[in-house]
Design a protein around this ligand. Structure first.
Ligand code: ADP
Length: 431
């Protein structure tokens, strides 16, 4: 209704009132006026409800004057604001989608029921998704690999998982999951094929070099030993030089052995062989080795073993012993004369626990997080004097991971250190 027709309504009301006043009485005139006003209000209300119920909110509200005019104006104003923020939101969403599409990483959002909601171009290529058909389909239909299935069901997303691409079998994907809102999940997918290849090449290189070095080192070491045995008459300085050469070749041999072991552990995806290991036997053997090592270093140490659990640990015997002996020999190396070492095997709520505790030199807090890196040493001069390779803890950590366990280190400089290996309880670890 336009302004002219609105004015006509008022004129009609006035005329009907005047007419009623002339023809009948003032009472009739008032009644006729009220009726006309009622008709008008009802008409406007109808117009408003009709507009509210219509699906097309783009059509303008009808014109009106007075109170209705103000109501309609305010509704129109609100509607404009609403359209503006809707447009802004759409622009923002489109921008986010464009940015996500420009990423090399795949991005996928999944709702609380595990159904696919949205994904970017990279994810479409990596997972072979089709734009329309696959929206709402379960994510696990596209990532059927057992390792991803159990990772996703377990819902422990502290670390990403590596899986073979469902589209290109030669491609390896690293998938990290983050939970947001109420159970919704965001997946970030990275193609790590190249970096994995490089890592494998690095491991192979170290493995090959170590392997090639082993034979010449054995020969040199053997000749040096023979030479020393057969020439006891040599002058003291030459004897001393011989001794140093022998010690250094021994050190290199240890280093090569540790490097070979580490590269074998890193390169192996297979589970370690599983046997039930009696820790009583291992602890006894480790204590004996520790005493010999302490004697060589001219140290008097009190080495105690405490067997508080009869549970056996499942895993590869040599690997588990290698962890134990590494920790125990480190405790011997880094504990002063007269010190104490306690080796304990016990049960905890978290699993089966092996603890090696010493009251030696300890380690500063700033070093703790890096101790299991290859060749990381707290004090370079002291470490080389101790004859270590700098690989012992890296090997121990790797073995613990292979056994689905963990290695935790606590220490205080000047007071001592505590190395704790936690193996999963029986039935939860290796099978
Ligand atoms: P290394 O062959 O040098 O002992 P490891 O990997 O076994 O190499 O240990 C790394 C470093 O951690 C060592 O150089 C040493 O500084 C520190 N460390 C390990 N065990 C102990 C310990 N029980 N007490 C003090 N420091 C330790």
């Amino acid at each position: 209704m336009n302004k002219a027709s609105v004015s006509w309504v008022y004129i009609a009301i006035a005329l009907s009132a005047i007419l009623a006043a002339i023809l009948w009485s003032t009472g009739w005139a008032v009644a006729a006026g009220l009726c006309a006003i009622w008709f008008y209000q009802t008409h406007k209300l109808k117009q408003l409800t009709g507009w509210l119920n219509s699906n097309d909110k783009q059509t303008e509200l009808p014109d009106a004057q007075g109170v209705w005019g103000r109501v309609f104006d305010q509704i129109t104003e609100l509607q404009i604001k609403h359209f503006k923020s809707e447009q802004e939101l759409t622009t923002a969403i489109l921008r986010i989608q464009k940015t996500a599409n420009a990423l090399g990483e795949g991005v996928v959002t999944v709702d609380a029921s595990g159904a696919l909601e949205w994904w970017n171009i990279a994810a479409r290529k990596m997972l072979g998704l089709k734009n329309k058909q696959d929206r709402g389909a379960p994510l696990l239909h596209f990532l059927r690999k057992p390792e991803f299935f159990s990772y996703y069901q377990k819902a422990d997303f502290t670390h990403p998982v590596c899986v073979q691409s469902p589209v290109h079998t030669e491609q390896t994907l690293e998938i990290a999951v983050t939970e947001f809102a109420k159970g919704d999940r965001l997946l970030i997918i990275r193609d790590i094929t190249d970096s994995q290849k490089l890592e494998r090449m690095r491991q192979d290189f170290i493995g090959n070099v170590s392997h090639e070095l082993r034979t010449p080192l054995t020969v040199i070491h053997g000749y040096l030993e023979t030479f020393q045995l057969h020439h006891p008459e040599l002058d003291a300085p030459i004897q001393k030089a011989h001794m140093r050469m022998l010690a250094q070749t021994q050190r290199m041999t240890n280093l090569v052995q540790d490097l070979l072991l580490l590269s074998r552990l890193e390169g192996s995806n297979s589970q370690p062989e599983v046997v039930h290991n009696d820790m009583a036997v291992m602890l006894k053997q480790a204590c004996e080795e520790a005493q010999v090592s302490a004697a060589k270093l001219n140290k008097q140490l009190t080495i105690n073993r405490h067997l508080k659990s009869r549970n056996r640990v499942m895993g590869a015997k040599e690997e588990i012993y290698s962890v134990l002996i590494n920790l125990v020999l480190n405790a011997v190396k880094y504990t002063q004369n007269g010190g104490n070492i306690d080796i304990t095997w016990h049960d905890t709520d978290n699993g089966l626990c092996l603890t090696v505790l010493d009251d030696g030199i300890g380690i500063g807090q700033e070093h703790l997080s890096r101790l299991t890196e290859r060749f990381y040493r707290v004090d370079l001069s002291r470490a080389s004097a101790s004859g270590g390779t700098g690989l012992g803890l890296a090997i121990a950590k790797r073995i613990m991971l292979r056994h689905k366990g963990s290695l935790n280190i606590t220490s205080q400089e000047g007071l001592g250190s505590c190395f704790t290996c936690i193996f999963p309880s029986q039935g939860k670890g290796l099978h």
